[in-house]
Ligand binder design. Structure first.
Ligand code: C5P
Length: 299
């Protein structure tokens, strides 16, 4: 057994988030194109008698460290799968926005699975870890996989998508988070008020082609998020942020997942830098990143 293991795990942005009908289990059937970007959390798991978690970094006070913490839940689920009361001290170094629509909590859960699997010498396959991940949350399996992938079902049934080259992004971070269930409920409410029935979602062909061809112009046009209107209803200031990015020449602009982080596609790394500076007047902070990047990896 090793005495300490560190895993680096990326944030995600959704390139297409098509929300289908509400299911009996309270989830929606989705077509969800995940794209892992170079904004990382790190989770270190060290030998200990019991399971504990601690969060470091500027965002630390926003993360629960009780039973709600997804990394602890992940470690507990893994120990229970292995049939032993393993312990570990988990330390999360957070850079991914909390409740920001970039799957930060899911990323930490995925990292905890990979770190504890190694710390405890279990040697589970990616498939086995993905099964445990799917029970923890719809976005957790993708954080294990990384790259760019389409998720169906709740978003947990993944198929990698072919991508050429690298895409450059700017993320506009907002003050405070948005609750994912609240944003989905708002989406349902808006549809009901408009008398709309949710269509069965399908992967966007122009989006898949733009990814395959490494075509940022095409990708910018194809970006789509069915949760965007709901997130804007709950946080009106996002409209101004999105407009500003478009005015500054972003190839595409959308709310990331359930928000409130907004994502802007740039033409190049230099353009991302310019956009990042221009957007600072309309949000709390900006961060540039590129994708796709791998999922949770040992460092
Ligand atoms: O799976 P996860 O715990 O991340 O989902 C958080 C919430 O997001 C769910 O409780 C549900 O309200 C909403 N959700 C949904 N349909 C999905 C995924 C998530 O309605 N496919």
């Amino acid at each position: 057994m090793t005495s300490s293991v560190t895993v680096r795990v990326p944030a995600k942005v959704n390139l297409q988030l098509s929300v289908g009908p509400l299911r009996d289990d309270g989830y929606h059937d989705l077509v969800n194109v995940f794209h892992a970007v170079s904004l990382f959390d790190e989770v270190t798991a060290s030998e200990a008698e019991t399971l504990t978690v601690r969060v470091e970094g500027d965002l630390a006070d926003q993360v629960p460290v009780d039973g709600d913490n997804l990394a602890i839940r992940a470690a507990r689920a893994l120990a229970s799968r292995a049939g032993r009361a393993y312990g570990a001290e988990l330390v999360i170094r957070k850079s991914i926005p909390v409740a920001g629509g970039m799957a930060g909590g899911s990323a930490d859960a995925a990292a905890a699975l990979v770190a504890c699997d190694r710390l405890w010498g279990l040697g589970l396959s990616l498939e086995d870890l993905s099964d445990i991940a799917a029970d923890l949350g719809s976005d957790v399996p993708f954080a294990l996989l990384g790259g760019t992938a389409v998720g169906v079902g709740r978003g947990e049934v993944l198929t990698p998508l072919p991508v050429s080259g690298t895409f450059h992004w700017v993320f506009a971070l907002a003050d405070g988070g948005l609750s994912t269930p609240t944003v989905y409920s708002e989406c349902d409410r808006l549809r009901e008020a408009a008398g709309e029935r949710a269509a069965w979602p399908a992967l966007s062909e122009p989006l898949a082609a733009a990814l395959r061809d490494g075509d940022p112009q095409g990708l910018g046009k194809a970006l789509a998020n069915d949760l965007q209107q709901a997130a804007i209803m709950l946080r009106r200031s996002l409209l101004r942020t999105l407009d500003e990015g478009r005015e500054q020449g972003a190839l595409g602009a959308l709310v990331s997942g359930s928000g409130p982080t907004c994502a802007f596609l740039a033409e190049s790394a230099e353009h991302a830098l310019d956009l990042s500076v221009a957007l600072r007047s309309v949000c709390r902070a900006t961060v540039s990143a590129y994708g796709p990047v791998p999922g949770a990896v040992l460092v």
